[in-house]
Design a protein around this ligand. Sequence first.
Ligand SMILES: Cc1cc2nc3c(=O)[nH]c(=O)nc-3n(C[C@H](O)[C@H](O)[C@H](O)COP(=O)(O)O)c2cc1C
Length: 391
Amino acid sequence: MFKLRFLTAGESHGRGLVGIIEGIPANLEINPEDIDRELMRRQAGFGRGGRMKIEADRVEIIGGVRWGLTMGSPLALFIRNRDWENWRRGMSPAREERGSAPPVTRPRPGHADLPGVLKYGQRDIRNILERSSARETAMRVAVGAVARRLLEEFGIAVGGFVTAIGDVSMEIEPSQLMEEDLRSLSAAAEASELRCPEADTAARMREAVERAAEGGYSLGGTFLVYAVGVPVGLGSHIQWDRRLDARLAHAFLGIQAVKGVEIGGGFEMSRRPGAEVMDEIFPASTGRGFTRKTNHSGGIEGGISNGMPVVVRAAMKPIPTQRRPLRSVDIETGGTVEAAYERSDVCAVPAATVIGEAMTALVLADAFLEKFGGDSVEETRRNYEGFLKSL
Ligand SMILES: Cc1cc2nc3c(=O)[nH]c(=O)nc-3n(C[C@H](O)[C@H](O)[C@H](O)COP(=O)(O)O)c2cc1C
């Protein structure tokens, strides 16, 4: 990230999660409700494990905001882990509590457990799984909500929806989806516990998750995230790591269990002749500027936003922890065992969609500030409007 940076810290069953986000201009209106709304969206969704019932995430803003406005200083956020009471001793930072919880020694295939203990010289897998857990994404959603608030000031909206769970999928052509289509799909998804806009597909997805829960296995899926109102000119062709598509791919692959990303037409474009997948350029109906009738490029050409909706699709693998355990090897005894099982989600694709939206908001806010700068929202706005006038 070039202008905006953030870090998260905290363990899944520790006291809580901490986030710092730096680079947000002064005078941006931010209220805890803006963040809590997103935290609630992340927690909703059919297929989450029992843990969701004990957590009702709420943010505490402990720095960077005064009287509902940012001051240009870093924002410091805290989310309490509601589970902490049960883990006070087992996750205590105090030396006196050492050994108060039994070590986890049976690594789960597909998780960070085994490479993590080997890399960090640990004998208790808990020292790895506590941080590799996707609990951490609650804080990413919180800092993403701050980025989202900034984008809103400039008419940029981010949304998303689930496109597949297991082998149940929606038939969509991302290249044909224009702003109104995307907005209405995500609005419909908001009312769905599977975060899928098609009611009949959502019902089949629900059945698939129920079957998986009964059978003791997990499911993955795909989800689409978009941003509309994005001006031309974010990101750059001049260096690999400044490309907006590369920055989005990095951010999506940074989400636990996301294993594939496509921008716009993505993999499908590779199967079609060139003439079918380039978005031809037409004069805008207003007589000034340009327009496209398709969006295979997903709003990005040459690593630069082109004014069309930014469209990203991601694939999430199934959750590694399963009630029907997989074969593994005990790291203490070397014997063949069943992998450890801890209360776990069966399917978290609806939640991953909200996390994808947060990451998209962070990448776009970073690229927006890189282009327009400004230490206060007013200054950013002057720069932004000046650029729009110059086009
Ligand atoms: C929202 C969300 C919830 C998740 N919930 C679980 C879970 O309950 N149990 C689990 O084993 N993995 C869960 N995962 C996936 C693991 O965090 C992930 O597979 C693990 O960290 C290993 O990383 P990798 O899959 O990217 O290699 C979840 C991921 C996300 C995005």
